[in-house]
Design a protein around this ligand. Structure first.
Ligand SMILES: [Zn+2]
Length: 376
């Protein structure tokens, strides 16, 4: 089973300098690859494959004096950059993402290392460098597969360590009880609601941090370009961004952990996040809700624990259907928080009703896939 651990790094000034150079090389390869791919397509109509065609070019380039400096850095990291470019293009062609961007030295930097990597008690080791001092707050029990080095926009270095703990995933049960199936509906007002009627709110600290983030954003926009004050404001903003991201991640980890622990099967809606982001009124709320990140966290936790995650299509009318009698409304405005069913008279909370409907649909799908769902 693969596990990830993120640790803070404390490189020496020389190491920090080398790392910046390495990130630069990785970025250079990405940008050059992107340029060549675009250029060859426009001018010659050739569709270069980043992994096959550009990787060969990289090897050729390194023999040329102009690009010989690339040899100073981990060659696997440079190749990985092209592999990432390849995946970025596949996502683009599958319409899952926009056209790949050129990378800027201002954004977050990273490089990936998968050979000759190791983790010690207070250091990590990657190719072409002496051990880098690190705070390893959790023991790495197993084989280290890769280390991704990062420099965030606040100017701090981190390493994401991926390792295999040698254990296998728990086996999923052949039968589950209806009471162990939980539907979870993503909300706009609260983060989400489960089919047992429990509403989960985003933490107050998160909302407070978001307000401070907005303030830091405004402060930056007032500062003159190129001034020392602007640089200070940019750092403050980056720190606020990092804080918001940390609180959000911590919250999503806790919620997904709780839901996975408390159920055998979790039913969630597949949201078309991209479509919803186009709606400017909802954008903030949806982005905040971080649904995609939450679903990913739920999935890997469920996979480890041997639990099911069922995805219900976005077009399933979870809000518009009465969970008591099955009556279906034609429409339901987003502002309507509760309604009374004209057929059976049940008074329905919008979110709880949706979660209960998701649970029922999830049970139907699990049964259709041959799983025994016991009434109890
Ligand atoms: Zn009804």
């Amino acid at each position: 089973m693969l596990k990830a651990l993120r640790v803070r790094l404390y490189p020496t000034p020389e190491q920090a300098h080398f790392l910046r150079g390495q990130f630069g090389a990785v970025r250079f390869v990405w940008n050059k690859g992107l340029y060549l791919k675009r250029h060859f397509y426009r001018v010659k109509g050739t569709n270069l494959d980043p992994v096959h065609d550009l990787k060969k070019l990289l090897a050729v380039a390194k023999r040329h004096p102009k690009y010989a400096w690339l040899k100073d850095y981990d060659s696997m990291a440079l190749q990985e950059s092209l592999r990432n470019l390849g995946s970025a293009f596949s996502r683009f062609f599958k319409k899952q993402a926009g056209f790949p961007h050129f990378k800027s030295r201002r954004g977050e930097q990273s490089s990936y290392h998968c050979t000759c990597v190791s983790v010690g008690e207070d250091f990590i080791k990657v190719p072409k460098m002496d051990p880098i001092k690190a705070v390893i707050h959790r023991q790495v029990e197993g084989k280290v597969k890769s280390i991704t080095l990062k420099l965030d926009t606040c100017g701090d270095f981190f390493a994401s360590i991926l390792y295999d703990d040698g254990k296998s995933n728990a086996v999923k049960p052949k039968a589950v009880r209806v009471s162990e199936v939980v539907g979870f509906d993503v909300g706009l007002k609260s983060f989400g609601t489960d089919s047992n009627g429990r509403k989960i709110e985003a933490p107050k600290a998160y909302r407070r941090a978001r307000k401070r983030l907005a303030k830091a954003q405004r402060s930056l926009s007032r500062k003159q370009k190129g001034s020392a004050n602007r640089e200070k404001a940019r750092r403050r903003l980056a720190k606020q961004h990092r804080r918001v991201a940390r609180i959000r991640k911590d919250f999503l980890n806790k919620v997904s952990r709780k839901l996975v622990n408390e159920s055998q099967a979790l039913v969630v809606e597949t949201l078309k996040i991209k479509n919803m982001l186009k709606n400017h009124h909802l954008a903030g709320a949806i982005a905040d809700a971080s649904w995609g990140e939450f679903v990913r966290m739920t999935e890997y936790k469920a996979e480890r624990e041997g639990r099911y995650v069922v995805h219900v299509d976005t077009y399933f009318p979870s809000s518009k259907t009465c969970s008591q009698c099955g009556y279906k409304r034609d429409e339901l405005d987003l502002s309507v928080r509760s309604w009374t069913c004209p057929k059976c008279g049940a008074h329905l909370d919008r979110d709880v009703n949706a979660a209960v409907n998701l649970k029922a649909e999830g049970i139907r799908m699990l049964r259709a896939n041959g799983l025994v769902v016991l009434r109890a």
